[in-house]
Design a protein around this ligand. Sequence first.
Ligand SMILES: NC(=O)C1=CN([C@@H]2O[C@H](COP(=O)(O)OP(=O)(O)OC[C@H]3O[C@@H](n4cnc5c(N)ncnc54)[C@H](OP(=O)(O)O)[C@@H]3O)[C@@H](O)[C@H]2O)C=CC1
Ligand SMILES: Nc1nc2c(ncn2[C@@H]2O[C@H](COP(=O)(O)O)[C@@H](O)[C@H]2O)c(=O)[nH]1
Ligand SMILES: [K+]
Length: 479
Amino acid sequence: MRFLDGHRPAHDLTYDDVFLVPNRSDVESRFDVDLATVDGTGATVPIVVANMTAVAGRRMAETVARRGGLVVLPQDVDPAAVAEIVGWVKSRHTVWDTPLVLTGGDAVADALNLVGKRAHGAVVVVDDDHRPVGIVDENACAGVDRFSRLAEVAEPPAVTLPLDTPAREVFERLHAAGARLALGVDGDGRLVGVLTQTAALRAEVYAPAVDARHRLRVAAAIGVNGDVAAKAEAVLNAGVDVLVVDTAHGHQEKMIAALKAVRSVSPQVPVVAGNVVTAEGTRDLITAGADVVKVGVGPGAMCTTRMMTGVGRPQFSAVAECAAAARELGKHVWADGGIRHPRDVALALAAGASAAMVGSWFAGTHESPGDLRYDEQGRPYKESFGMASKRAVAGRTRTDNVFERARKALFEEGISSSRMLLDPARPGVEDLLDSICAGVRSSFTYAGARNVEEFYERATLGIQSAAGFAEGRPLPTGW
Ligand SMILES: NC(=O)C1=CN([C@@H]2O[C@H](COP(=O)(O)OP(=O)(O)OC[C@H]3O[C@@H](n4cnc5c(N)ncnc54)[C@H](OP(=O)(O)O)[C@@H]3O)[C@@H](O)[C@H]2O)C=CC1
Ligand SMILES: Nc1nc2c(ncn2[C@@H]2O[C@H](COP(=O)(O)O)[C@@H](O)[C@H]2O)c(=O)[nH]1
Ligand SMILES: [K+]
């Protein structure tokens, strides 16, 4: 990464402060770009979903891993629940999406309660042997008594295929049949998964993030308090592929001790640790055993740390400095927080990160764990909240005594409730991944880079004014 001549930063920069200029390029197609990370975490796209309760659950983990990203389960989930979620994610098909399933005897109301939970918006009706007999979507239920049985409204499945059908063929079969949903069945005709045309296309464009046994990958976070070795052991026994040791102030002795404890349990597992914003912090965590250092204090959408404490650092410069320090030691950083546009991911990679961590942006999707709600104007949204908010702290300390709980509640560095609207054009996390990956692929070809490492080497940046940033925004309604 280099700055244009004369563009030496006089102060620390955030994503909005910088821009990339095109380089002469021999990369002919955006499909020639390989987005895979090289940090040992196994992601095939440089996107990690933040360990936030309002963002990262089982459905998010399954969906994002199928497209090559990695989801970090929050540290507030107890180890038994982590084991259950990891087992579930690892039992998911790597191509076919998990269907919503009901029987013909269930009511239309049951289907209507479920369809909103999936981007593909349909429920599959199965018989007693789990063989598919029909499909129900919102259209099939329109104007129908909510107490009617699904057997009366289900449409017969138009496209039912073996699981090993190439995704491109699934796409073509759906197109030819004018059908929305293909059903994937095993050798006994039992339902395993579903694919829309878009999902079939994605299956051709993305590679799932998988472990050595070709099961979807998933990460989990632990904090720095309590018996860290026991917690690490518990989540590793649950089968997580990557361990994230996470606390607000990562450059503290407790973190160094926590990393040593984690390394005593497993010398090999990829360990991510943070958060820090300085080269010194990065070096200390790597020396203590981290493979990847998580960078970012205060850029998060739910984060009030900078307003409360004055502590933090504009994120582009924080990532650039920490990435340079990590690279000197042959290690990596994740850029954590403040990602609001695809360009921010490209800029994080240009700054030297191996992946960008996204939280709140993905809270407003079908796949986040929250319930879908509607605002005063009828727009769908989900709630998000910070992991250092009063709400999260109350949850984390629920087993402490009342005095201790009250004491810990004094420190609040996050928003307890915010509304993340679902983008009508991109209501699913895969829609957002499509948009991010399209932007980043394109960014790489502008720089003349085929992969993440070449992008870092070739990226040429400049510094812009607020007017420069504003100029880059589209004007959908004219002026
Ligand atoms: N990236 C960011 O900017 C931030 C992220 N977060 C997120 O919030 C979640 C909760 O993290 P966290 O608050 O660390 O909770 P943890 O439960 O992990 O506890 C942090 C530990 O560090 C001690 N500590 C010392 N100084 C600080 C400090 N300045 N801020 C916080 N703890 C401190 C605390 O002791 P004691 O309570 O006695 O002081 C406590 O023992 C994490 O997911 C974290 O990533 C939170 C804030 C900033
Ligand atoms: N200071 C706080 N930081 C928080 C809190 N909850 C999460 N976070 C950090 O934000 C990122 C995600 O950033 P986003 O802009 O994508 O939402 C997350 O990974 C944490 O590092 C909080 O309560 N306070
Ligand atoms: K913030």
